[in-house]
Design a protein around this ligand. Structure first.
Ligand code: COA
Length: 431
C-alpha cells in the first residue's frame, strides 16, 4: 500500500484559497449534475468582482448557477453542453451564455484533443480508500478527461457522496483538496398521468425479457419502468438512471444476468435521484460508473443484444426527424446522449431505439407530430437514424419505410384532433 497520507495533508486547502488559482480568461469545467461541488462554485462566484471572462463549462446544471445570473456576464460566461437548469437556459436565451452542440460521447475528446482546452476542473469526490483512490460518486462522465487535460484540479471531498465502483481518481491527480461535507442534490420521482402510463404500456410491448435498457430521467422513463414490472432479467447500460431502476432491481426484475457485456453490472455515467437511489449505489459492487466516451459509445452500446433505448422528444416531423432540444428558437435542452444510444441500439442484435412522447404539448393545443419542424428547431435524431416513435395512441415503426409510409404511420399515432389537418398536408409533404 502506498503512503498517500502526507501528500493528502499537503494538498488540503480552504475553498477560498483554492479558487484563488482561477485567473481571468480561464476555462473552468464543473463536474456534472449532482457531482457539482457547491463549496467550490460558491467560492468561485465570490470572486466575481475581481475576475473577467471566465468560461464555465458543464453539461447538466442542477445548482443555483449564480454565475449565469444577470449582472455576472463581465466575470463569467457559461457554456452549456446541455441546458437542463433554468438559470443557464435563461442566460442562453438572453444572450448572456452559450450553448455548444455536441454528442455527449464526444465531450471527453473535445477536452483531450484541446479543442476545448481546460484550465481548471472543479469536482466532488469521496474520501480516499486505502490505496488513495477517490470515487467520483454520482458522475463519472467527463470529469476524468477534463482532469487529465487541466492545469489545476480542485476537488471538494464530501463524505456524503456515495462511493460508486468503476472509474476512480487517485489523490496524486488532484492539485488541491477542500474537505467540506455538503448535502446532495436530490430529485423526487416525477409524478405522471394516464398519457404517460399508456406510453409506458406501448414501450413494454417492445421490450423482451433479457433486454438491456437505456432510459433517461422524467415522467416517461418512470412510466416505462412501471410497465416493465412483469419482465424478467432486464439489464441496464444507460447514460443515467434514477430511483425507478433501483426499485425494479429490488423487485428482482433487473438482474443484469443476461447482458452480453458487463454481465451482472448496472453501467451508467451519471446518476440523479433521491437518497433511496444514493443508498442503493453506495458501496454496491454491481453499480459501475464509467466515462461517457465508454458508456455512450455506439460501438459499446451495440455490443449488447436486445439493446433498447428509450428517449423523448419535443416534436417529430412526418419524415421522422426528431427535435428533442429546441422550442422554436429557444434552446430548451440539448443533444445529450440521445443519438449515441439511438445509433448504439441500431447496431445491436435485436436492438430497438424508441422515441416516446405525448402526442400533444401546451395543454393539448400543439401536435408534437407535425408536418415540418418549427422554424428554429434542430434535428437531434435524423430520419435516417430513427426507428420507433411512440405516443399514447400507439407505435410507429419507421425503419425501412418510405416517406409516404412514415407519414401515414406517424399520423396514426398523432392526437385525433390533429389527424385531419396532418392528412390534408400529406400531399404537400410527400408528393
Ligand atoms: N412546442 C411547444 N412547446 C412544447 C413542445 C412543442 N412541440 N413540446 C413540448 N413543449 C413544452 C411542454 O408543453 C412543456 O411545457 P410545460 O412544462 O409548460 O408543460 C415543456 O415544453 C417540456 O416538455 P416535456 O415533454 O414535458 O419535456 P420533458 O421534461 O419530458 O423533456 C425532452 C423532453 C425532449 C426535452 C428531454 O427528453 C430531452 O432533453 N431530450 C434530449 C436529450 C436526450 O434525449 N437525452 C437522453 C439521454 S439521458
Amino acid at each position: 500500500m502506498r503512503n498517500w497520507q502526507s501528500t493528502y495533508r499537503h494538498k488540503l486547502i480552504s475553498a477560498q484559497q483554492a479558487l484563488q488559482f482561477v485567473q481571468s480568461g480561464d476555462r473552468v469545467v464543473l463536474a456534472n449534475a449532482c457531482s457539482e461541488p457547491p463549496a467550490l462554485v460558491q467560492a468561485l462566484v465570490a470572486r466575481a468582482p475581481e475576475l473577467s471572462n471566465v468560461e464555465i463549462v458543464q453539461v447538466v446544471n442542477v445548482g443555483p448557477a449564480e454565475y449565469a445570473k444577470p449582472g455576472m456576464e463581465h466575470s463569467f460566461r457559461s457554456n452549456g453542453i446541455f441546458l437542463l437548469g433554468a438559470p443557464v437556459r435563461k442566460a442562453v436565451e438572453e444572450g448572456r451564455a452559450s450553448y455548444t452542440p455536441c454528442f455527449f460521447s464526444e465531450l471527453p475528446r473535445l477536452f483531450r484533443q484541446r479543442i476545448l482546452p481546460v484550465d481548471v476542473v472543479l469536482m466532488q469526490v469521496t474520501p480516499p480508500d486505502e490505496e488513495g483512490y477517490c470515487s467520483y460518486g454520482l458522475s463519472a462522465d467527463y470529469t476524468q478527461s477534463a482532469a487529465e487535460s487541466a492545469k489545476i484540479v480542485i476537488a471538494q471531498m464530501n463524505r456524503n457522496l456515495p462511493r460508486t465502483a468503476g472509474v476512480r481518481i487517485h489523490l496524486d491527480a488532484l492539485t488541491w483538496i477542500v474537505e467540506q461535507d455538503a448535502p446532495l442534490v436530490e430529485f423526487a420521482a416525477p409524478s405522471f398521468g394516464e398519457v404517460e402510463r399508456q406510453i409506458g404500456e406501448h414501450i413494454a410491448l417492445l421490450v423482451p425479457d433479457g433486454a438491456t435498457l437505456q432510459l433517461g430521467i422524467g415522467a416517461i422513463p418512470e412510466a416505462a419502468l412501471l410497465s416493465l414490472k412483469n419482465k424478467r432479467d432486464l439489464g441496464i447500460h444507460t447514460e443515467m438512471f434514477s430511483d425507478g431502476v433501483a426499485a425494479l432491481a429490488e423487485a428482482g426484475v433487473i438482474t443484469n444476468r443476461r447482458k452480453t457485456i458487463n454481465q451482472g453490472k448496472f453501467v451508467a455515467t451519471f446518476l440523479m435521484g433521491s437518497s433511496t437511489l444514493y443508498n442503493f449505489v453506495h458501496n454496491n459492487p454491481a453499480v459501475e460508473m464509467h466515462p461517457v466516451d465508454y458508456v455512450n459509445d455506439p460501438c459499446i452500446i451495440g455490443q449488447h443484444d436486445d439493446m433498447i433505448s428509450i428517449n423523448s422528444a419535443l416534436q417529430v416531423d412526418l419524415s421522422g426527424q426528431v427535435n428533442a432540444e429546441m422550442i422554436g428558437h429557444l434552446q430548451f435542452s440539448g443533444t445529450g446522449g440521445q443519438v449515441d444510444f439511438v445509433r448504439g441500439a441500431s447496431r445491436s442484435n435485436g436492438g430497438k431505439s424508441i422515441i416516446a412522447m405525448p402526442s400533444t404539448a401546451a395543454r393539448g393545443s400543439i401536435s408534437r407530430i407535425c408536418r415540418q419542424l418549427d422554424e428554429g428547431a434542430a434535428v437531434t435524431t435524423s430520419r435516417n437514424d430513427v426507428h420507433y416513435v411512440i405516443t399514447e395512441y400507439g407505435i410507429a415503426n419507421l425503419r425501412g419505410k418510405t416517406l409516404q409510409q412514415r407519414a401515414e404511420a406517424l399520423i396514426e399515432i398523432a392526437h385525433p384532433a390533429f389527424r385531419a389537418s396532418l392528412i390534408n398536408k400529406l400531399s404537400v409533404a410527400c408528393p
